[in-house]
Write a protein that binds this ligand. Structure first.
Ligand SMILES: Nc1nc2c(c(=O)[nH]1)N[C@H]1C(S)=C(S)[C@@H](COP(=O)(O)O)O[C@H]1N2
Ligand SMILES: [Mo]
Length: 351
C-alpha cells in the first residue's frame, strides 16, 4: 500500500536536520528543579517555573503550550488524574489484570505521573517529547475499530473489545527506552502480540506486520500544525519479532486504560527496541511480504532504521547511546543491549 509522499524541505535543499527528538530542554529543567530542591514545593502545589492552575487549564484548551507543570501534575497521581474517562478495551472489569511474574523481577516502577506527563506523541505535540497530556483534550478513543488487512486468510474490521479478549489480559512490568535516551519502568496491560497474530490468521507468505495510527487532524493538533510529517504514523515489525514472547498489544498502563498520551486505546509495546517502534493508537494492522516503510525511517533515513534495537555501542548520528536517563531522577545509567532483553530476543538477530 502506498504511503503519502510529502516533500521534505529540510533534507536535500537545506541540508538541515529535522527538529526531532530534542531532550535537552527537558533535561535542563529537570536539573534546575533538582538543583533548587523544588520537588517539595511542586508537590505542595506551589507554581513551578511559570506554571499555575490557570496555565494548566489553558494548556488543556490548546491555547497555551506552556511548560512547567510536570512535577506538580505528577504529585496528583493517586487522585485519579490519569484514569481515563473512557471504557477500557475489553471492559473496565478486566482491569487491573493479573501481573505476569515472569517479567519485571528486580525492576522499580517509575511514578505513574512521571510516565504520564513526559510523552512522545507527535500527533499532539510535534517536534519534541513533553507534556503531551495538555493537548489531548479533543481526542476520542471510543468507539475504536482496527482493520486487519493484507496477507491474511480473511480481511476484517474488529472492535478493540474483541481484541482485548483474544487472550487473557495480563500485566507486565517492562523497561522502556526512547531513542532520545529517556527511560522508565512501567506496568503495561495487554495481550501477547503472538496471540493477536495467530488470531489474525496470516497467510504463509506474510513476513512483516505494519501498524498504522489514526489520522484525525481535528482531534490531534500536531497533524494540522506539523503537516510536513508523513501522517498517519506507521511502523513495522518482522513476523518473528511480532511473535516473540515479549511483544505486546497494549490496552492499559498502571492497571487501567491507556491515557490518551500513552496511545489510547490500543498500542504496540516491543521493549527491546527504541520507543518509536511501538506505534500508538493504531487503527490498521497489515500483513506484508516485504519490509514495510516506517515513519521515522522515511523522515530521516540516516538517523532511524527499521530494526532499531536498543544497542549501546551504536550511536545515533547526533548522540551516544551508551547511557540512558531516568525520567524521574535524571540519573544516567549504562544502556543495556536489547534494553536488557538479550536473553529473550538475542537469538532473533544471531544469524
Ligand atoms: N502514533 C505514534 N506512536 C508513537 C509516537 C508518535 O509520535 N506517534 N512516538 C513514539 C516514541 S518516539 C516513543 S519514545 C513512544 C513513547 O511512548 P509513551 O509516551 O507512552 O511513553 O511512543 C512511540 N509511538
Ligand atoms: Mo522516542
Amino acid at each position: 500500500m502506498a504511503h503519502i509522499h510529502v516533500p521534505r524541505p529540510w533534507s536535500r535543499r537545506t541540508g538541515a536536520l529535522p527538529p526531532v527528538l530534542d531532550e535537552s530542554a527537558w533535561l535542563r529543567r529537570r536539573e534546575l528543579v533538582k538543583a533548587l530542591g523544588l520537588g517539595g514545593l511542586a508537590a505542595a502545589g506551589i507554581p513551578l517555573l511559570g506554571c499555575s492552575a490557570a496555565a494548566d487549564e489553558q494548556g488543556e484548551r490548546e491555547s497555551g503550550g506552556r511548560e512547567g507543570g510536570a512535577a506538580r501534575a505528577s504529585a496528583q497521581y493517586g487522585r485519579g488524574r490519569w484514569r481515563p474517562d473512557y471504557e477500557a478495551a475489553g471492559g473496565d472489569a478486566l482491569y487491573p489484570a493479573p501481573r505476569a511474574q515472569a517479567y519485571g523481577a528486580g525492576l522499580v516502577l517509575n511514578p505513574e505521573g512521571d510516565a504520564a506527563t513526559k510523552n512522545n506523541f507527535y500527533e499532539f505535540l510535534p517536534g519534541r517529547a513533553g507534556e503531551v497530556y495538555r493537548h489531548v483534550g479533543r481526542f476520542e478513543p471510543r468507539p475504536w475499530r482496527v482493520e486487519v488487512a493484507g496477507a491474511v486468510e480473511e480481511e476484517r474490521s474488529v472492535d478493540i473489545d474483541e481484541i482485548a479478549r483474544i487472550a487473557p489480559l495480563e500485566e507486565r512490568v517492562y523497561r522502556f527506552r526512547c531513542v532520545e535516551r529517556w527511560s522508565m519502568v512501567v506496568p503495561w496491560t495487554g495481550i501477547p502480540m503472538k496471540a493477536f497474530v495467530a488470531w489474525c490468521r496470516p497467510k504463509p507468505a506474510a513476513k512483516y506486520l505494519r501498524f498504522v495510527s489514526f489520522l484525525r487532524p481535528d482531534q490531534a493538533p500536531g497533524q494540522k500544525s506539523a503537516a510536513h510529517y508523513p501522517w498517519p504514523y506507521y511502523e513495522g515489525l518482522r513476523m518473528d519479532e511480532a511473535t516473540n514472547e515479549l511483544a505486546m498489544i497494549v490496552t492499559g498502563i498502571f492497571g487501567h486504560a491507556l491515557p490518551v498520551q500513552h496511545g489510547a486505546p490500543i498500542r504496540v509495546i516491543v521493549p527491546w527496541k527504541y520507543g518509536y517502534k511501538s506505534a500508538k493508537s493504531f487503527v490498521r494492522v497489515e500483513f506484508t511480504e516485504r519490509q514495510p516503510p516506517t515513519f521515522w525511517n522515511d523522515f530521516a533515513p540516516k538517523e532511524y532504521g527499521f530494526l532499531s534495537n536498543v544497542e549501546p555501542d551504536v550511536p545515533h548520528p547526533r548522540w551516544s547511546q551508551a547511557q540512558e536517563v531516568d525520567i524521574t531522577t535524571g540519573e544516567r545509567r549504562p544502556t543495556l543491549p536489547y534494553n536488557g532483553y538479550g536473553a529473550q530476543v538475542g537469538g532473533l538477530y544471531a544469524g
